[in-house]
Design a protein around this ligand. Structure first.
Ligand SMILES: C[S@@+](CC[C@H](N)C(=O)[O-])C[C@H]1O[C@@H](n2cnc3c(N)ncnc32)[C@H](O)[C@@H]1O
Length: 340
């Protein structure tokens, strides 16, 4: 076996480099002997690596590593691109069902189809998309470009809930995973819940499937998201609980009928608070989401809640961070109760 023989002092950066370019073998252990370390190197590239980094390569043997390679390690090792480019391969990605979303760095654009193909093979994705821009508009539509495969519709499983949607047309915020989990852990037995921004059922489904709500009125303005919401209630067997409403939540009729209201939308959510308060019956808990610069926390969201609830007694139950939204900006949720 080929081993790179390097003095122990100063070996660390070299070790990292050899792993990042996929030259070091992960199936055998590095070992130390008399102030030197021996790094197992792949046979076929040992000469090239030796020349490029001025390394002494010796023949030897070392212990086999009993571990499974991570998907990223497999990608780095197997992909047929220049070794010097391998450290730039994306280390992070999002997998929705069997559709993969990643970002290709500028220096790797020329080989994006090889890269997408290898990620698809190793991660078991049918389609690979690149994030081409930011989420926009009232519908919160993503901006993705397909790099590999074609079908972007998938079924994503999270916390035991199935979410069917088209990854290229409908957003799904991975960062909201804890909040979706929290909604499923609420005790909503016997409650009428209104989800004012239901999307494909991000919060509606955990509340209907796991929190035991009697009825969830799920309002969604985007026809495509509404269609997936309908399908998802069937896939998750909660057609008897969820009542999908297609339209603007400001057109939801009725006053003082909801026991719980979810306002899972950010950007302009405060404009919808008056409507939430109108639908709240005494005792109703409202989950109000907002993105807020951290220097304005908790005052700004609490002031907005107080203004909207002005005519009625209310209490704040808590305010928590859903996720970091941007540098110095936090996505928070305020839980408050209308008392009278
Ligand atoms: C995409 S979701 C927000 C993210 C989601 N909470 C999550 O966990 O990923 C917001 C949804 O609200 C819908 N929406 C926006 N304005 C609305 C309105 N006035 N009435 C009903 N739905 C609306 C959008 O179409 C979108 O589907």
């Amino acid at each position: 076996m080929k081993l790179a023989r390097v003095p122990k002092s100063g070996a660390e950066p070299l070790r990292k480099k050899l792993f990042s370019i996929g030259a070091a073998r992960k199936d055998f252990s590095i070992y130390e002997n008399n102030d030197e370390i021996f790094i197992p190197i792949k046979e076929n590239i040992a000469d090239g690596v030796s020349r490029e980094y001025g390394l002494e390569i010796v023949e030897g043997s070392c212990e086999e590593q009993i571990w499974r390679r991570s998907p990223y390690d497999r990608i780095v090792e197997e992909i047929a691109i220049d070794c010097s480019l391998k450290p730039h391969l994306p280390r992070k990605w999002e997998m929705f069902g069997n559709v993969l979303v990643l970002r290709i760095p500028a220096g790797l654009k020329d080989m994006e189809s090889e890269i997408a193909g290898k990620y698809a093979e190793v991660l078991g994705a049918k389609t690979v998309c690149e994030e081409a821009g930011i989420i926009t508009g009232d519908y919160r539509s993503p901006n993705l470009r397909v790099l590999y495969g074609s079908d972007t519709e998938t079924i994503h499983l999270e916390n035991g809930i199935y979410y069917k949607f088209d990854v290229a047309k409908i957003m799904f915020s991975s960062g909201n995973v804890k909040e979706r989990g929290r909604m499923g852990e609420l005790d909503c037995r016997g409650q009428t819940v209104v989800d004012m921004f239901a999307g494909i059922g991000y919060f509606t489904l955990p509340i209907a499937v796991r929190a035991g709500a009697r009825k969830v009125i799920a309002c969604e303005i985007n026809p495509l998201a509404h269609r997936y919401l309908q399908e998802n209630t069937e896939i998750n067997h909660v057609e008897g609980t969820v009542v999908p409403f297609h339209g603007d939540n400001r057109d939801l009729p009725g006053e003082r009928f909801a026991d719980r209201i979810v306002m899972g939308y950010v950007g302009t959510t405060e404009k919808f608070l008056d409507n939430a308060v109108r639908m709240a019956r005494p005792g109703c808990v409202i989950h109000y989401h907002e993105t807020c610069p951290i220097n304005l926390l908790p005052d700004r969201p609490l002031a907005r809640v107080a203004r909207a609830a002005a005519g009625r007694k209310h209490e704040t139950i808590g305010i928590r961070e859903v996720k970091s939204y941007a540098p110095s900006t936090s996505h928070v949720v305020v839980d408050f109760r209308i008392l009278d």
